[in-house]
Design a protein around this ligand. Structure first.
Ligand code: ADP
Ligand code: MG
Length: 711
């Protein structure tokens, strides 16, 4: 037998059940085996029913009870509104205890009296202090010869119309059937021996066997956490296939060359780096090296630079654009808001204005009279670097020879916009920068088509931000501390979760409209207001005044989250902090403490929460304890799961069947690291099975060059 045989070749699957399984996508035995148990029950130690004295032999708090008992008095009891339950009395000779099942009316017919059953379920006192009762136990007839415990029992979910208990029997029968007929050759082993040995992973057949018929080698805790070697094998295997697919795509892309060349050697890069008024951090140097290598290649760069707010990504983009200009090539930098685009434009002008021609392209700038003139100068190549918003990807912007496209704060743009900018040139090099700290594992999958660089070091001279979380709503202490900072020339944000209170929430959350004025008065400094319902122009104007210092306090909602650089901002008060996600809190905090002027004093962030839930409290604890965006992101993913982190906007998150990005990310990282080596060895005849797996996922992916010379 073979796992690819139709499901109907499993014992007990006739045409009817076969059709029901097929309707749920389960056509072959292997499809059934891909349904892993949801959890495992430990039935290795048989307990006893609570004795006549009423004491439980096993306290209910210690988990479910497994007993062998006869059933008496099996009957169906009808309650109100058509709800019914099945009741019985279990007896093990010494004691008798009531049993109740809900929603399983068929048991009334199935269960036979005076026959021994293995029962497994929680033992509770009825109504809290009444007689003992087994509630909703699993029930299994004991087949004569083996009255002992039931071992580690997998518990399944239903498959379509097929109920869990049936699935359990089928899976066990399927594995036994396969093993009996063909040792361990019933499923093709495609994971190369090198990787299996390196990570000490079991063979596929053994992993599937262990998962469905646990031998007891793995502990119940490991099994339930899906961290047994068998589970690891399945997750790693799945990740490796995905990463091989991505690696193969990357290689294919590499074969399509780009038309432009940079005239830059190591000395040119070093000279460029010498132009910035500070020393690059080691992380910046490393990432710049990675970019330089990419640019020197024949094929277009596709690189994501992830770095916490303030880690200095913009400089890297600037130096790359300078190198492009020196090579007679154009570059573009796209930012998500006008304000950010203007800021970039201003700082690039400052840094490089004397060495290359820079233009700003935004809707406002377009509205101004010289919009057309700029377009013309971009089109005939007189502009070296275009900084702008998505106005850049409008039809009317045409480049003479766009070679390098930089996208800032990628998470604000979709993949579509990324591609639209890329289409402005002929296979331009693409540099994507993001400060949204995405866990490494997610970056590897979601941005799997990109090479990832990480800026994990802050420029020197920054003072660590003191973060305080409090549930004390009184303003005085906070106000004093913030005022101190305002008096030494600093600026402060007060962040509200809501614009006004009328937003249908039962909980009383501070809103900008209700409490804004109170804060402004208490802080006694010129202030401005920004939130999402103001016109963008008005918002940008206020932000501009805040940046210049004509206002010192900004009352805001989360619109200030992204990118804005005001080095003098040294204080932030976050109200209703329990309402914000971890990543969002971190982004907000990244707005302060960006300056290095010692006069400004130590930056302070106070998060005020009112009656946070236990979960919110954990979140806030992590927030206060760490300023490392990557650590925060990992924790955020652990708490909320990968889907939540990316939000619904981020389509294309691959669905894994066995692996879980939060739980198994180490395996994903391992798979990513192994992928390129495995790809190199793909032509090896020993890897024919792996080639078939890949070929099945993406036909045509494994090119003759990388695949085998097939006979
Ligand atoms: P990011 O875009 O990653 O948030 P930026 O590139 O805007 O960060 O840099 C933040 C600030 O730090 C800028 O004012 C920049 O000039 C400064 N900066 C960047 N790199 C360094 C460095 N190596 N040493 C000192 N200051 C730096
Ligand atoms: Mg930036």
């Amino acid at each position: 037998m073979d796992a690819r045989d139709p499901i109907t070749s499993t014992r007990g699957v006739g045409p009817v059940l076969g059709r029901r399984l097929a309707a749920a996508g389960c056509r072959r035995i292997v499809d059934l085996l891909a349904h892993l148990p949801l959890r495992y029950e430990d039935r290795r130690t048989l307990g006893r029913l609570p004795g006549a004295d009423g004491a439980a032999t096993e306290s209910p708090a210690s988990g479910p009870l497994t007993v062998v008992a006869r059933l008496e008095n099996v009957r169906r009891v009808f309650g109100r509104r058509r709800f019914s339950r099945v009741e019985a009395v279990a007896s093990d000779g010494a004691a008798r205890v009531g049993v109740v099942w809900f929603n399983r009316p068929y048991l009334a017919q199935q269960l036979e009296e005076n026959v021994s059953y293995l029962l497994h379920g929680p033992l509770r006192r009825r109504g809290g202090d009444g007689p003992w009762q087994l509630s909703n136990p699993t029930v299994e007839r004991i087949s004569g010869e083996k009255p002992g415990g039931g071992g580690l029992r997998p518990v399944y979910g239903r498959i379509g119309e097929v109920p869990p208990s049936r699935v359990a029997r089928l899976a066990a029968d399927a594995i036994r059937g396969l093993r009996d007929t063909s040792a361990s050759n019933w499923i093709e082993e495609w994971l190369p021996r090198e990787e299996r040995t390196k990570h000490q992973l079991p063979r596929l057949a053994d992993a599937l066997t262990e998962v469905h018929l646990p031998s007891g080698h793995a502990s119940i805790e490991e099994l339930n956490a899906r961290r047994s070697p068998a589970h690891a094998r399945l997750a790693y295997g799945e990740f490796l296939l995905q990463q091989l697919q991505l690696a193969a795509v990357r290689r294919q892309r590499r074969r399509s060359g780009k038309p432009h060349r940079y005239r830059a050697d190591g000395a040119a890069w070093a000279a460029a780096a010498g132009l910035v008024p500070f020393r690059l951090t080691r992380a910046q140097e490393r990432v710049l090296g990675e970019i330089a290598e990419d640019l020197a290649r024949n094929e277009p760069m596709l690189r994501l630079v992830q770095g916490d707010v303030g880690s200095g990504k913009t400089v890297l983009a600037a130096l790359s654009c300078l190198i492009a200009a020196r090579s007679g090539l154009q570059s573009a930098l796209m930012a998500p808001t006008e304000l950010l685009a203007e800021q970039h434009f201003a700082s690039l002008e400052r840094l490089l204005g004397s060495r290359l021609t820079i233009a700003l392209v935004t809707s406002s700038q377009r509205a101004a009279s010289d919009g057309g003139a700029v377009d013309e100068r971009i089109a005939d190549g007189r502009i070296d670097l275009v900084v702008g918003t998505h106005a850049l990807i409008e039809e009317r912007t045409r480049f003479a020879r766009l070679a390098l496209a930089v996208i800032d704060e990628q998470h604000r743009f979709g993949v579509v916009q990324r591609q639209s900018l890329a289409r402005k040139g002929l296979r331009p090099d693409l540099l994507v920068m993001t400060a949204t700290p995405i866990p490494r594992s997610l970056a590897l999958t979601v941005y799997g088509d990109l090479d990832v660089s990480i800026l994990d070091e802050m420029p020197p001279g920054r003072r660590p931000i003191e973060t305080r979380v409090t549930t004390d709503g009184r303003m005085e202490k906070v106000v004093n501390e913030v005022r101190q900072r305002l008096e030494s020339g600093g600026r402060a944000y007060v962040v509200f979760p809501l614009i006004d209170g009328g937003e249908g929430t039962a909980a009383r959350l501070p809103s900008l409209k209700e409490s804004g004025l109170k804060w402004a008065r208490a802080l006694a400094a010129p202030y401005g207001v920004v939130h999402g319902r103001l016109r963008r122009q008005e918002r940008d104007e206020t932000m501009g005044r805040f940046a210049r210092g004509s206002i010192q306090v900004l009352l805001a909602t989360t619109v200030i989250e992204v990118g804005v650089d005001v080095p003098e901002a040294t204080a932030m008060v976050i109200l209703g902090a329990e309402r914000f996600g971890l990543a969002q809190l971190h982004q907000l905090r990244g707005r302060i403490g960006r300056g290095t002027d010692p006069e400004l004093g130590d930056p302070l962030c106070v998060a005020i929460a009112e009656a946070p839930s236990a979960e919110a409290e954990r979140r806030l604890e992590v927030f206060a304890a760490s300023t490392d965006g990557f650590r925060i992101a990992e924790e955020d993913m652990r708490q909320r799961g990968p889907g939540e982190i990316l939000g619904t906007r981020q389509a294309g998150l691959p669905q894994f069947r066995f692996g879980d990005l939060a739980r198994d990310w180490r395996w994903l990282v391992a798979a990513r690291q192994d992928a390129s080596q495995v790809l190199d060895r793909l032509a090896d005849p020993a890897n024919a099975a792996l080639r078939r797996q890949l070929e099945r996922r993406v036909p045509g992916l494994v090119s003759p060059e990388e695949g085998s010379a097939r006979p």
